[in-house]
Each structure stands twice: as C-alpha cells, then as structure tokens.
Design a protein around this ligand. Structure first.
Ligand code: FES
Length: 157
C-alpha cells in the first residue's frame, strides 16, 4: 500500500495498516503537526488533508490512505515562495496561537475551507471552523486571521 505524503510517494508498513492514520503519520513518519486530542473525532486537533478534504486522522485507518494524497501541516506551505501557506502567514500576523495545541486543526481546516471557497462568509466559516475546538479562547483571532488569509488569497499572495 502506498500513498503520497506531502508530495512524496511513501509506503504504509503492513504492521501499521490497521492503525489510525494519525499514528502512522506521527510514529512512523515523525510528522507531529497533527495532534492527538480526543482520539474520537470530536476536537479536530488531528486534521490532515486527504485529497484536499479535511479528515480527522484519529478516525481514519492508515490503510484507507492507500492511493490517496495526504497533506499535513508540514507540507501545507509547499510551493509557496516563503514555504508558508497564506493561511499560515495570516496566523503568524494575527498572533493566533495561545497554547497552540489545536492550531494544526485550525490551520488545516481553514486552508481547506479557503481552497474550496476563498470568499467564504461568516456562516460558511462558522460551519467549517466551529467544531475545531480551542479551549484557550482564540476564536476571535482565528476569525481575524481567516479574514487576513482571504485578503492574501485575493491578492494572489
Ligand atoms: Fe482527532 Fe480529536 S484527536 S478529532
């Protein structure tokens, strides 16, 4: 079984095929962007992009990545001049993180949303982002960063 991980073809070791994708990424590939939070699909800390769609890696079987394209936080900025996706640059400019634990899920979910709908309005943003839990209360800065990212994408940054 093989899949593309951050643009590179990789193999799924047969010993990990029954594990969750999150553990394959963290333990085998040493990609620690996606975090283990609830482990039950509720918090969003583990979000990665699978064929461009946000997926909760704590719920997805590693074997289900076979033949697909997986992007983690580590690969999100690939192809951008400074190695940072516009959403990541907006996050830095808006100083979003507090403890930082949920930020992988916030950034990956926001990037997927804006890729699908760069002009997403308040309701669409709420629908996409509200189930990515931040217990520090950074939601106001997350919304500000999303608006900044939308500006950057409109400018082609
Ligand atoms: Fe996957 Fe919480 S760790 S949703």
């Amino acid at each position: 079984m093989r899949f593309q991980l951050n643009g590179t073809p990789v193999e799924i070791p047969s010993s990990m095929a029954d594990d969750r994708l999150l553990w394959l990424l963290r333990d085998h590939f040493a990609l620690n962007g996606p975090k283990y939070g609830c482990g039950s699909g509720v918090c969003g800390a583990c979000v990665v992009l699978v064929d461009g769609e946000p997926q909760r890696a704590c719920l997805m079987a590693a074997a289900d990545a076979d033949g697909r394209k997986v992007v983690t936080l580590e690969g999100l900025g690939a192809g951008h001049a400074d190695g940072l996706h516009p959403v990541q640059r907006a996050w830095i400019e808006a100083s979003v993180p507090q403890c930082g634990y949920c930020q992988n899920g916030q950034v990956m979910t926001a990037a997927a949303l804006l890729a699908a709908n760069p002009d997403a309005g308040e309701d669409e943003i709420a629908a996409a982002m509200d189930d990515v839990v931040c217990r520090c209360g950074t939601q106001t800065r997350i919304r500000a960063a999303l608006a900044l990212a939308q500006d950057k994408l409109r400018e082609g940054a």
